[in-house]
Design a protein around this ligand. Structure first.
Ligand SMILES: NC(=O)c1ccc[n+]([C@@H]2O[C@H](COP(=O)([O-])OP(=O)(O)OC[C@H]3O[C@@H](n4cnc5c(N)ncnc54)[C@H](OP(=O)(O)O)[C@@H]3O)[C@@H](O)[C@H]2O)c1
Length: 293
């Protein structure tokens, strides 16, 4: 595979194959195509059995599937790919990866989207050391506002890194981390959207208790969370500084923050995030145990 140092040009010349055609694969394919990193004819998507899903994807994006892919089989899509995205659920990963062992070759780049699956497990399942990119995206990738942790195996070249980073930039921002930090990424941004949803659920409950109708409550809560995140992003000030600025002594915000502090808000968020990261490590270890002979 010849990879250009210009990531966009490099990607356009590559055959990309999504092995697993679920929601995350679609988010990524859409990002790549919307950003015009490549043409739909360079992208193939394969799954286990759901033909309706393949029909939907090829109609929506013009990508190749076994239904319209110039008579290529799933095996042929995988064999001709320069980049293979592993995009099935963790429970299906071992069988799916083992089944492509005879099909993959040393010049292919493997990009895993599978939560908790280590680079060494992928190497073991493939029985060789291909260039492997392990990622931990999050659900906001679907709307181009994702945050993805990316780690590389030793075999990944600088050109391949540029390709991987351009791909994930098409659906949000990237953090390049040592693989040992992937469980931390899970605790921060992987599970992160759900913490914010949970906080929003509580705000919605309170807004309704305060007499607002559910539509107004939703609009106000969504805009408040959006506005607060944008304030942090655009002003460059820390959340702590921004909070202090809106908290007048003896005012309404101070009364609310005192209640949150009394309830151990900050501590519980920290504990929750540490637990998420710990759980990610447990899931990874379980995977390792259940798939090693
Ligand atoms: N969704 C997220 O926000 C998110 C965030 C971070 C990480 N991830 C990771 O992304 C991966 C995919 O998640 P998802 O939510 O996109 O899953 P999903 O919607 O359930 O899709 C899974 C896909 O994998 C296919 N598949 C399963 N076994 C297969 C096999 N043996 N051969 C070929 N295809 C196979 C399924 O095909 P059939 O439908 O035909 O069975 C389906 O197309 C997971 O590992 C998850 O940990 C997801």
């Amino acid at each position: 595979m010849v990879l250009s140092t210009n990531p966009a040009a490099g990607i356009a010349s590559l055959q990309l194959c999504f092995y697993g055609a679920g929601s995350l694969a679609e988010a990524l394919a859409r990002g790549i195509l919307n950003k015009e990193l490549t043409a739909p004819s360079q992208v193939s998507m394969i799954n286990r059995s759901n033909r309706e899903r393949l029909a939907e994807l090829s109609e929506r994006y013009g990508v190749h599937t076994i239904l319209n892919g110039a008579d290529l089989t799933n095996e042929q899509f995988l064999q001709r790919a320069d980049v293979i995205f592993l995009a099935m659920k963790p429970k299906d990963a071992a069988a799916a990866i083992e089944s492509i062992r005879p099909l993959v070759s040393d010049n292919q780049l493997i990009i895993s989207l599978i939560a908790g699956l280590s680079i060494s497990s992928i190497e073991r399942l493939l029985d060789r050391k291909l260039p492997i990119v392990r990622t931990m995206p999050n659900t906001s990738s679907t709307i181009g506002l994702g945050a993805t942790g990316i780690s590389y195996s030793d075999a990944v070249s600088p050109e391949q890194r540029a390709i991987a980073e351009a791909i994930f930039q098409s659906v949000g921002i990237n953090a390049i981390v040592d693989e040992s930090l992937q469980d931390s990424i899970t605790g921060v941004s992987g599970s992160g959207p759900a913490y914010v949803y949970y906080f929003m659920e509580a705000m919605l409950t309170a807004a309704e208790k305060l007499g607002l109708d559910s539509a107004s409550a939703k609009d106000l809560v969504v805009q408040t969370v959006l506005g607060a995140a944008e304030m942090v992003r655009l002003t460059g000030e820390t959340p702590q500084d921004l909070r202090r600025k809106v908290t007048s002594p003896n005012g309404t915000t101070q009364a609310a923050i005192e209640k949150l502090t009394e309830g151990g808000f900050s501590d519980i968020v920290v504990q929750a995030m540490l637990r998420s990261s710990e759980r990610a490590a447990e899931i990874g270890a379980d995977f390792e145990r259940s798939t090693s002979k």
